[in-house]
Design a protein. Structure first.
Length: 1084
């Protein structure tokens, strides 16, 4: 049958025979046709649909390898034509047969070939229906049109091949064109006689031309060409040059071997210039055990050799660089697959692939190659500078593909044992053995930790360089052992080094701290002491300043006793200056304080809690405190006393600052020892104020001679009355202990009673209130009675005045704040004597008139403010504000020797009505009125008048009357525990009355709301309980026998008692109502 396409063209590749066999097979077995059509479609439209450029390049690389020449490839897109020209071995008849036979490759016996399956060429079918391969003076063509024509001729008109016809029809006439090659006319590429077929192909041996199917195919090719980059040259070492020409815009990719920091160089030349990439590579090769290939296809099992290449981009210094943008992070086998491998290096190897060449296939061969790749990767890291190699360490990844995960697992352990790191001393070290100093700072080149590493490297040989950042993710991925500052402190615990070595260490640590290191971890840092010991932890150590010499210390921080107004009599004798300036270190030994060796001193120690060894800091040291507290029980208290007195002299600190100083044991004048708070300084003014049996000794004169009175007073020895202080005192705890021994074991006299009174004042809350600052003058209970004038003058005129006059502030649990009398004021008001009387029994000259007859006036020369603070009375309200004020007032009212007028008595009763009756002790005798006179009567004979209409009845009974404002009568009766008058009188009306209307004048003076009843009972003679009276109100009914009585009855019933006089005038003289109303309007 005629073949128009081949009639006049030579057929060196014997394509006619290939077509005959294929057509015959299809005719005999239409299923073969369907099988070939499906296969071509699967490859072209499936796995190979985007691989046309890679497959053409792969064939070019194999051709160059077979010819033993450098491979060059030119890819050109012009309109709808794609040409691929390459150097190398020409196409052979076997090659044509391979192209036309799916899954059958002529390269199966060739070691090192890139193509392996014989199906890569099918990628052209995804883009073109007309492909020509021109090579070695011959050409072959694959054409969809020619293939359809050949099948149509085969089918003819006789219906002999109906099965095949049905298959073709089911595919709308489409046939697998790559199964039917046709001879084509060759083109002389050297002379370019046919430019349309081989334009620009001079110097190449083979040209593949694709007439692209449509615009979509052309755009896809353009995209694939734009993505073609240096990765192609890495994957196909047989190629040294790839030219990519898209519509006349050409770029060139080249590859060449290199020396020095790189093994090869790839370059990318385009209109913008040349970009080069340096690569460092490592290759491995070997042979598979045939058993490992048992699960692979037959032809693949014949290729037992394997090879691997790692390629890493580097900069000119040999450091790891970023992968070029056109190099994907995938496995290359040798061309890019879709199998992810997220590393800063490219892995190229003979990995088993699927038939679409897109994915690495799992299996024993892949496992072996990944293991070899892991070992090669470890060797690759050793080719780099140790610091640069960190950038190649695989990081921790969540997700990723199976191959990526398996590789990371395979490489993890070998990396641990690969000595690709380097110590600070320059020795190779494996990650498993390495130690990394992690100070918490950023690290980095010449980082703050570098000095510290240099100091520590002799103690920790595998220590990594300090210039390496601990934050580098590779060091975490390698699980390098980290040495934190706390670990450093532990490591140095038993280190024997001279003091200057420690100073260098502290300087390095200090620099690390300025760089962000967490110095709080150095709490246990060893420090050498001046006495030769090595102790853990700088906190509270004493650091000698530059003012300290080997045998003494300056006290430059002292305030000076002169500045405090406390004169030191040694100055009059020209003594004390030297003692104040220096205190020998050997004297401090008695205190047990810890002083840093002078050669090890560094400011870092102060930052970590050490304090400068001045007199003040030594004195405030906890060991000094312990020595003071234990001094009384010591075998020999003298050394501690001498050291502390010297420090006090130099520092100006006193027991007011640190109360425990008063526990210092001092020698007394009987050659015994007592704490300072129990000793009087010789000549102290306080000595003249005390009772004869006061429990105080006297400081030995020798101590006064050596140290002076000011220093002795500073440590708590008594000179005048002294205040003790405590902060944040909860009322309810053991109050005696809050003064830390400064006020004796039992604390100030009566302190617990004062606290109970405060609790009573504030309502006795469930949680104890807090006094932010409690100030108490101590030893008041030892003042002799006859010495109180001098004692009070000492308090009023001296620095202790505020302890009396300033109230104590109390913070309540609910957040409220209240002020109460201070402890000292409270104690003095009932126990001190002022002119022979307790201050609470006296009043000021300008006190409330109601108090004049009840309290004696204080002497006029007493300071009023101080007197008020002592409790000298000023107002009735102040008296009743005291918890015992009401009882004191009632006791004075019951004293017939004290005078009170009627107005004052009424004010007292009105004020007492506001007192809580539960806080008052009912009196046995009361001040009352009987027969118009003020008397003191037995409580059982007195009643509280609660209604004025009962007065005539009570007078008849001759009862003692407590006359308080009527509205307070019930409360007063409750406070005094007395009967009300209404409870003591029967109140039976004995006469008959006549019901009358209330006069109209009453409406003008009384509020109608308070007087709804418009009637009253008029009596000619009104008797109640047999007593003749003018008016009476009972059960809401008003009874009256006179005009005045009616006015009183109506006003009392209306609750407007104050209107009784004006209403009586109006009832007596109705014509004067207008004037009376006008006068009433002028009332307050």
């Amino acid at each position: 049958m005629a073949e128009p396409l081949t009639a006049s063209v030579a057929d060196p590749y014997n394509t006619a025979e290939l077509r005959r066999r294929v057509l015959a097979a299809w005719a005999d077995a239409p299923a073969r046709f369907r099988e070939d059509a499906n296969a071509e479609e699967d490859f072209a439209l499936g796995g190979y649909r985007d691989r046309v450029v890679v497959e053409l390049a792969q064939n070019a690389a194999d051709a160059a390898r077979r010819a033993g020449v450098p491979g060059r490839l030119r890819l050109a897109l012009t309109g709808h034509r794609l040409t691929a020209a390459n150097t190398g071995a020409p196409l052979t008849a076997e090659g044509v047969e391979s192209l036309a036979t799916l899954r059958a490759s002529t390269k199966r016996g060739e070691q090192g070939s890139a193509g392996r399956f014989g199906v890569g060429f099918s990628a052209v079918a995804a883009l073109s229906d007309d492909v020509t391969v021109d090579s070695g003076g011959s050409a072959v063509r694959f054409s969809a049109e020619a293939a359809r024509a050949a099948v149509t001729d085969l089918l003819g008109d006789d219906g002999a091949h109906s099965g095949l016809a049905q298959e073709v029809e089911s595919r709308s006439g489409h046939v697998p064109m790559l199964r039917l090659p046709f001879p084509a006319e060759a083109v002389n590429r050297v002379t370019s006689e046919a430019p349309e077929a081989g334009e620009g192909a001079e110097g190449y041996d083979t040209v593949v031309t694709l007439l692209l199917r449509d615009d979509r195919a052309r755009d896809r090719v353009r995209e694939l060409l734009d993505r073609t980059g240096e990765a192609l040259l890495l994957a196909l070492p047989g190629l040294v040059e790839v030219r990519v020409d898209v519509e006349g815009a050409e770029r060139v990719l080249t590859r060449e071997e290199a020396a020095g920091t790189a093994d090869l160089v790839t370059a990318h030349l385009d209109g913008d210039g040349t970009r080069t990439t340096l690569w460092r590579t490592l290759e491995r090769s070997g042979s598979f055990d045939p058993a490992l290939l048992a699960d692979r296809p037959t032809e693949e099992r014949d290729r037992t050799s394997w090879s691997l290449t790692w390629a890493v981009p580097v900069d000119e210094d040999g450091a790891v660089a970023a992968l070029p943008a056109d190099v994907e992070s995938v496995v290359h086998a040798p061309t890019p697959t879709d199998t992810e491998l997220d590393l800063p290096a490219v892995l190229i190897g003979t990995f088993p692939l699927g038939s679409d060449r897109r994915a690495v296939q799992p299996g024993a061969a892949t496992d072996l190659l990944l293991m070899e790749a892991a070992e090669a990767y470890c060797a690759l890291l050793r080719r780099f500078d140790p610091r640069a190699s960190l950038d190649l360490v695989p990081g921790t990844r969540v997700g990723g593909g199976a191959v990526d995960a398996v590789f990371r697992a395979r490489v993890a352990e070998p990396l641990q044992d690969t000595p690709f790191l380097v110590t600070a001393a320059g020795a190779p070290v494996a990650p498993r053995d390495a130690v990394l100093l992690d100070t918490g700072g950023p690290g980095g080149t010449d980082g703050p930790a570098a000095d510290l590493v240099r100091v520590l490297s002799e103690l920790v040989p595998p220590l990594l360089p300090g210039s390496w950042s601990p934050r580098h993710p590779a060091l975490a991925a390698l699980r390098v052992h980290r040495l934190g500052l706390a670990d450093v402190a532990d490591l140095l615990a038993d280190t024997d080094r001279p003091p200057h070595w420690w100073a260098a260490l502290y300087a390095a640590l200090d620099r690390a701290g300025r760089g962000g290191a967490d110095l709080d971890e150095l709490g246990a840092l060893p420090v050498p002491l001046a006495d030769g010991r090595l102790v853990r932890g700088p906190r509270s150590l004493l650091v000698p300043s530059q003012d300290w010499s080997a045998d003494g210390a300056r006290g430059e921080d002292r305030d000076g006793w002169e500045d405090r107004g406390e004169r030191d009599d040694r100055d009059d004798r020209g003594e004390g200056d030297d003692r104040r300036e220096r205190g020998p270190l050997d004297a401090l030994a008695a205190l047990g304080v810890r002083v840093v060796h002078p050669e090890a001193v560094h400011p870092l120690l102060n930052r970590l809690g050490a304090v400068e060894a001045s007199a003040a800091t030594v004195l405030r040291d906890g060991r000094t405190e312990a020595a003071v507290r234990a001094s009384l029980d010591a075998d020999d208290p003298e050394p501690v006393a001498e050291a502390v007195l010297g420090l006090v002299s130099a520092s100006g600190i006193s027991a007011a600052d640190v109360p425990w100083l008063s526990e210092l044991a001092l020698r007394d004048d009987e050659d015994g020892y007592s704490v300072a708070a129990e000793l009087l300084v010789p000549g102290a003014p306080l000595a003249d104020l005390l009772v004869d049996d006061a429990p105080f000794g006297t400081v030995h004169p020798d101590l006064v001679e050596r140290h002076g009175t000011g220093v002795l007073r500073a440590v708590g020895a008594l000179w005048e009355l002294t205040a003790v202080r405590a902060e944040e005192v909860a009322l309810g705890e053991d109050l005696a202990s809050v003064f830390d021994g400064a006020a004796g074991e039992e604390g100030p006299d009566g302190l617990e009673d004062w606290a109970d009174e405060v609790l009573e004042r504030v309502g006795d809350p469930e949680l104890p209130p807090v006094v932010p600052e409690l100030v108490c003058v101590a030893d008041l209970d030892y003042v002799a009675d006859e010495q109180w004038p001098r004692a009070l003058a000492m308090l009023a005129e001296g620095p202790l005045r505020e302890a009396v006059t300033a109230p104590a502030r109390v913070l309540l649990p609910d957040g409220r704040v209240t002020d109460v009398p201070s402890y000292t004021a409270w104690w003095l008001r009932t126990r001190a004597l002022l002119g022979g009387s307790a201050p609470a029994g006296l009043r000021l000259g300008d006190a409330d008139p109601a108090l004049v007859g009840l309290y004696d006036e204080v002497s006029a020369d007493v300071d009023p403010e101080f007197a008020r603070a002592l409790g000298v009375r000023t107002t009735l309200e102040d008296v009743l504000a005291d918890p015992d004020g009401a009882d004191d007032l009632l006791a004075r009212l019951a004293d017939p020797q004290r005078h009170v007028d009627r107005a004052s008595l009424r004010r007292v009763w009105a004020a007492l009505a506001g007192v809580d009756a539960d806080l008052v002790t009912p009196p046995s005798r009361v001040r009352a009125v009987r027969g118009g006179s003020i008397v003191v009567a037995d409580a059982e004979d007195a009643v509280v008048v609660d209604s004025p209409d009962l007065l005539p009845l009570l007078e008849e009974q001759e009862r003692a009357l407590v006359l308080a404002p009527a509205e307070t009568a019930e409360a007063v009766a409750d406070v005094l525990d007395l009967d009300l008058a209404s409870e003591a009188v029967t109140g039976r009306v004995g006469s008959a009355g006549q019901m009358r209307q209330v006069p109209d004048e009453a409406d003008l003076f009384l509020d109608p709301a308070g007087e709804p009843d418009r009637t009253y009972l008029h009596h000619q003679t009104l008797t109640v309980d047999g007593v003749e009276v003018e008016w009476y109100v009972a059960d809401g009914s008003a009874h009256a026998s006179t005009t005045d009585g009616l006015a009183r009855a109506l006003c009392w019933r209306a609750g407007q008692w104050s209107r009784r006089h004006v209403l009586a005038d109006a009832l007596r003289e109705p014509g004067a109502v207008a004037r009376l109303l006008a006068e009433a309007d002028l009332d307050d």
